[in-house]
Write a protein that binds this ligand. Structure first.
Ligand code: AVJ
Ligand code: FE
Length: 446
């Protein structure tokens, strides 16, 4: 949209607020009873009713008290929904708003936001409202929690509460080659002019990279199974020492981890549990629910490595002919049908699909399908300035977190772009995570 057209922007904001709320409510109703909403399925996740009230509380803080200058509605509940005061594991023991109250609270917040929106001025000199930034931050935030709620659904035991949407016809044309060469040279990483980008995507800066190869598509289940069948989980040569530690602990029968999360072995065959159903492993889909250590081990076994996030971003965004970076791999405008985003499916798509979403270099499926682990730790770019709050990203900078790129099938198109950065601990795999490999084109760096 033209961010200088305040009326059009406000219309888009109202529509997107409505759309994301439909999505949040869809993930917390239907087959789910109130008991399901207050239950904790894993210490890794919040009860769904926490996510629901948290998105409303975040909206109240930023859009009502912040942008519109409206008095706090229920200041006493702020602490319950502050992600930093209460880690996920302890959220079920808090006096949370029960489901009905949570729905009515977030509904009231929303009504006041829509009431006040026409009179809030988007001031080009105020970075919080310029281009509608803080409103889009709130929309993106709710979409992020919807993806988190999908991860909670995936961890749930019992009858399915989510059903596969009608399947789409996705054309499939195999990629011409397994790897794509990205020639040496500088590119523009990050952004300084994307109105809705987060602080950690800023500012734009030049990064000069040696030549490298990157996989044309994410690593498939079939390829990952070959690693497993070659004894990949039993050979410490492939594993980072901390990854080997992780590998040997837990798992079924105390034998340590043997496969991606949610895979089960029955009658000599690997199956996967997906949203309450058990089904064969689809060989052509990207492998999903692997942690960074598994991705790293696979890459070493394959004679490759994970791409750095700069390598990922250059392959995704740089247009060498125009000498500029794009917002999306295919161009600057989001177009439906070019990527598996936004929960249109409840799964990644098969290899060969979304050829129309290829980047300028012909690298495919960089956005959507699975979040892709990179080899990089999460840090601020040169010139980073925290905005609008340190707890969005700055407090996570450091060596404990690895960067993931590109979004998954569960990520909404408004909540991801070529410059978007996600991060998590290298042992996490309840997220919709996969990877692709890279290798240096020069012999020394291979
Ligand atoms: C960007 C996905 C790492 O979900 O932990 C949600 C986003 N920030 N609420 C997360 C976030 C505040 C964050 N990630
Ligand atoms: Fe949040």
């Amino acid at each position: 949209p033209d961010v200088r057209d305040e009326e059009a922007l406000k219309e888009l904001i109202a529509d997107e607020l409505g759309a994301v709320r439909d999505r949040s409510l869809g993930l917390t109703t239907g087959a789910l009873a109130d008991d399901d909403l207050v239950a904790q399925v894993s210490p890794l996740m919040s009860p769904l009713v926490w996510d629901l009230a948290h998105v409303g509380n975040y909206e109240e803080l930023w859009l009502l008290r912040g942008a519109a200058g409206i008095e706090p509605m229920r200041p006493e509940i702020d602490t319950l929904y502050d992600a930093f005061e209460h880690p996920r594991a302890e959220r079920p023991s808090l006096p949370l708003l029960p489901p009905d109250e949570a729905r009515s609270y977030i509904g009231t917040v929303r009504a006041k936001v829509l009431d006040s929106l026409p009179s809030v001025r988007f001031d080009t000199a105020d970075p919080l409202t310029a281009g509608g930034f803080v409103y889009l931050m709130v929309v993106q935030h709710e979409h992020m929690h919807d993806e988190t709620m999908l991860a909670t659904h995936q961890l749930r035991k019992g009858a399915p509460a989510l059903l596969d949407p009608p399947s789409e016809i996705v054309e499939r044309t195999p990629a011409p080659a397994e790897e794509v060469l990205i020639e040496a040279g500088p590119f523009q990483m990050g952004t300084s002019d994307d109105p809705w980008a987060y602080d950690n995507e800023r500012p734009v800066h030049i990064v000069d990279l040696p030549a490298y190869y990157i996989d044309a598509e994410p690593v498939t289940n079939a390829a990952y199974l070959a690693f497993m069948e070659a004894g990949g989980y039993d050979d410490p040569r492939w594993w980072d020492p901390a990854g080997w530690e992780w590998r040997t602990k837990g798992g079924r029968d105390g034998r340590g981890k043997q496969a991606p999360a949610f895979w089960t072995r029955e009658g000599g065959q690997w199956l996967r549990r997906r949203f309450g159903r058990t089904e064969p492993i689809p060989p052509g889909e990207p492998v999903q629910h692997v942690c960074w250590y598994e991705a790293d081990a696979y890459a070493r076994w394959a004679g490759k490595r994970l791409p750095t996030e700069a390598e990922w971003e250059k392959a995704a965004r740089w247009d060498p002919a125009a000498e500029r970076s794009r917002r999306y791999p295919w161009g600057d405008v989001y177009e439906e049908g070019r990527a598996n985003l936004g929960q249109r499916l409840l799964r990644p798509a098969e290899a060969g699909s979304y050829a129309s979403g290829a980047s300028a270099y012909g690298v495919r499926r960089l956005l959507g399908d699975v979040w892709e682990w990179t080899s990089s730790d999460f840090h601020g770019y040169p010139g980073f300035r925290s905005f609008p709050y340190r707890e969005y990203s700055e407090v996570f900078f450091g060596p404990e977190y690895k960067v993931l790129r590109g979004g998954s099938w569960a990520t909404h198109p408004l909540a991801v772009r070529g410059s978007f950065r996600n991060w998590d601990y290298p042992i996490r795999r309840q997220i919709f995570s996969g990877f692709r490999c890279a290798r240096s084109a020069s012999r020394e760096g291979a």
